[in-house]
Design a protein around this ligand. Structure first.
Ligand code: PEP
Length: 263
């Protein structure tokens, strides 16, 4: 009899998303997509997502049609419509995107996002059938005072509270230590894997049960480059990456996606 071994990480499709942050005009965004989409679409075993600024979503959605590359917003509000000047609703995001980044640490640090607002946005994503890429991670101060587990467990517990077990496997979690974002000082693969295996999956298990927790993709984010990507993708609990700076460089982003296809 052939024995089939459980290979947890192989059961989850690798996932790579590019967070362009507040970069690129519409024309620049178009040019970036022109130069990377043909290369990316060849890497079929990876779920790939580009997250440009809101102003470029319409232009980029047309360019990505039929490529198998997904489109994501970098944020979205939880109300469907109304007097919320400057916000973009989940219904509007859904018109153009399949994904939305929620609770990025820059939004938590500069725009007052909390676990409570993250939770409202995740529940709105559920209602509007948008796949949320939910960011969690500790600050440098929390890391240095050994509070990573407590902080990240709390972000998962409250950020994903009351999400339906049926929707939960759609969620993508990005573990992004704040001290590693945009600093060029990435976490080690081993450290990131430890946080995912000892904190994030147990917290997901508490919320949704072991089977669903095993199905949820968990990414690493924070100064991922073509040179260090394999270190993360070689870890048993890391299913891909949320890439900031390097997602604006065609060769880097393609190489990172290629590395994910080899995990
Ligand atoms: C990010 O913006 O989510 C990110 C991880 O940025 P960087 O890759 O530049 O550190």
């Amino acid at each position: 009899m052939v024995k089939i071994l459980w290979k947890g990480n192989k059961m989850r499709t690798p996932f790579v998303a590019g967070n362009w942050k507040m970069n690129k005009t519409v024309e620049e965004a178009r040019n970036l997509v022109y130069s990377m989409s043909a290369k990316l679409r060849e890497i079929q075993s990876v779920e790939k997502v580009l997250c440009p600024p809101f102003t470029s979503l319409l232009a980029i959605s047309g360019l990505l049609e039929g490529t198998g590359i997904g489109l994501g917003a970098q944020n979205m509000y939880w109300e469907e419509k109304g007097a919320f000047t400057g916000e973009v609703s989940p219904a509007m995001v859904k018109e153009l995107c399949q994904y939305a980044i929620i609770g990025h640490s820059e939004r938590r640090a500069y725009f007052g996002e909390t676990d409570e607002t993250v939770n409202k946005k995740v529940k709105a994503a559920q209602t509007f059938d948008v796949t949320p890429i939910v960011c969690v991670g500790e600050t440098l101060e929390q890391y240095e005072s050994n509070r990573t587990s407590e902080v990240v467990a709390r972000q998962i517990k409250f950020g994903l509270a009351d999400v339906s077990p049926a929707f939960a496997p759609r969620i993508v979690v990005a573990y992004e230590p704040v001290w590693a974002i945009g600093t060029g000082k990435a976490s080690s693969g081993e450290n990131a894997n430890g946080v995912v295996s000892k904190v994030i999956r147990p917290a997901l298990t508490e919320l949704f049960g072991a089977q669903t927790a095993q199905a949820i993709r968990v990414l690493y984010g924070g100064s991922v480059t073509a040179s260090n990507a394999s270190e993360f993708f070689g870890q048993s609990e890391i299913d891909g990456a949320l890439v900031g700076g390097a997602s604006l460089k065609v060769d880097e982003f393609v190489a990172i996606t290629m590395a994910a296809s080899k995990r």
